[in-house]
Every structure is written in C-alpha cells, then in structure tokens.
Ligand binder design. Structure first.
Ligand code: AMP
Length: 282
C-alpha cells in the first residue's frame, strides 16, 4: 500500500492506474477506523481493482465550537488497518495541502442540506460536498463508497453527483453496529461508561418504531411512541431531532408507505450520535 499526502502525487498515481485501465474505488473518511470504515473498504475491494482510502479530518465541515481539535486520530493504527484491508493507496493530505491559503470555491446542495443535521450544522454539508468533489478531482474514481449511517450525507452526495454530471458511481453501504445495536462511530470513544450503556437505547427505539410500522403507518404516532420510549429509557438524552422522511428527497412524510426513513440525532452529554432505520408499512 502506498501512502501519499500530496494531492498532485495522488493524482499522478491514479492517472497512471487509469492509463493501465484499472478501475478505482474511493472511500472518503476522517480516519480513526472502525468496522464501519472497514466494511466500506471491503466493499471497495470487491467492486474495483484499485482501492483508495482518503483520511482527512476536513476542517471546513466543522462549525465553530465543534470537535475539530478533539476529533480522535491515530494515523499509525489507521495505516495498519488500511494495509490489512488490502487498500492500494492511503491518501492523507494536510489541511494546507488540501486548501492552501486562498481557497474560496464552495459546492452547495442547499435544499437537501437545509433540514435534519443541516439545521444545527448549517455549513457542514457545504464543507462535505466541497471536500468530496476535490477528492473526486484528485483521484478520479469510477465509484465512491459512503456509509448509510450518514444518510443525509449520502443523499446529498448523490444529488451533487447527478447535478454536476460527475462520472462517479455513488455506492451506499449498510450501517455496521456493535452487538448491542449502537451504530459504530469514531465519536463513540467520547462516551463515558454510563453514556455507553445508554447509547444502545437509541437504536432500540428505532427498532421499536420499525416493528410498530407494520401496523401503525401514521408518522406522528410512530415519532411520539419513539420519543416516549427514549424518555422512559434514556431520560437524560437530548433529542436534537427525530423525523420520518422520504429517503431520497428527505422531506417529512405523514404516512409510512413502502419505504420511509426514520432519522435521528441524539446528544448524550456532549456527544452527538446519529442513526437511522428504514420503516415499511405492511
Ligand atoms: P467518517 O470517518 O466518520 O467521516 O466516515 C467515513 C465513512 O464511513 C462515511 O461514508 C460514513 O458514512 C461511513 N461510516 C461511518 N460509520 C459507519 C458505520 N457504523 N457503518 C457503515 N458506515 C459507516
């Protein structure tokens, strides 16, 4: 596995692979790898001849007062994991190498980025879209793999790729969870032991809603039941949002039809956790 930090050298290597007619899959990440990241690497390994993993804690997607400085990092461990997963290139640029001093171009998908996480993180998806498009330009992948855990991000990237005619196939990959149901996240290390014990109730609430959706299709009722479950089991949790939305357009739906997505952001202390589940009425 090669490790490169310069966008130019990563671009040159990927151009060479393209000349050799190799297919390239890109897995964009912020590092501190866990099984969720590894599942994306494995899918990439299956789908393409060359696997590029980018590791970049992108400053432009963090708002003021968010955890940019505290974001967990362990480059050596990440290198070992990427290598063991059979990645061909680990691209880990610095912020200066990515943005320089004069950066002023931004990519926005304003409609889809407005609600859900965008409500409390107004510039987050602008930072995500901009860095992902930059990565696409540097690596020129045939496909890019994103986790369904960040469902809104995946929907936005799909929209961006379609709107800008990007020649990159966007591939979604299922959420990987701990045995107790908690969705894996680099931020889980922030949880205190007590919060870690509470955290699985987030998914248990979503699961309960998914079970209820078999007989109850009214979105308001399902949301009320889930909130009541959380109130009973994790009374200290701060529910930032809980919505049932159309999986593509992300607009709220009144009735669960063949497929509606329940999405949430929940704070346990200072740690903000997101999760989602597909609901289907029978
Ligand atoms: P991050 O490093 O948190 O920016 O995540 C990098 C990629 O891994 C994103 O596409 C995430 O959606 C994906 N990802 C993070 N956690 C999980 C998980 N538990 N299951 C599946 N994919 C995940």
């Amino acid at each position: 596995m090669q490790i490169l930090t310069s966008p130019q050298s990563a671009h040159e290597l990927c151009c060479q692979w393209r000349q050799e007619e190799k297919t390239i899959a890109l897995v964009p990440t912020m590092g501190f790898f866990h099984e969720g990241h590894q599942s994306l690497m494995r899918l990439a390994r299956k789908l393409a001849q060359k696997v590029v993993v980018s590791l970049f804690v992108n400053p432009t997607q963090f708002g003021p007062g968010e955890d940019l400085e505290a974001y967990p990092r362990d480059a050596k461990r990440d290198e070992a994991i990427a290598e063991a997963e059979g990645c061909d290139l680990l691209f880990m640029p610095s912020a200066t190498e990515m943005y320089g001093d004069e950066h002023q171009t931004w990519v926005e998908v304003p409609g889809l980025a407005q609600g859900l996480c965008g409500r409390t993180r107004p510039l987050h998806f602008r930072g995500v879209c901009t860095v992902v498009l930059k990565l696409f330009m540097i690596i020129s992948p045939d496909m890019a793999i994103f986790g369904e855990k960040d469902w809104q991000q995946l929907a936005i990237i799909r929209r961006m790729a379609a709107d800008l005619n990007l020649p990159v196939k966007i591939v979604g990959s299922p959420i990987v969870r701990e045995r107790d149901g908690l969705a894996l996240s680099s931020r889980n290390v922030y949880l205190s032991p007590a919060q870690r014990r509470e955290a699985p109730f987030i998914y248990r609430g979503l699961r309960m809603a998914a079970d209820l959706a078999g007989s109850e299709s009214d979105a308001k009722m399902l949301i009320a039941q889930t909130l009541a479950y959380w109130q009973k089991n994790i009374p200290d949790a701060e529910i930032e949002y809980l919505h049932i939305v159309d999986p593509d357009g992300l607009g709220e739906v009144g009735l669960v039809g063949r497929g509606a997505l329940m999405v949430c952001a929940v704070r346990l202390g200072k740690t903000r956790l997101i999760d989602n589940i597909m609901l289907r009425a029978e």
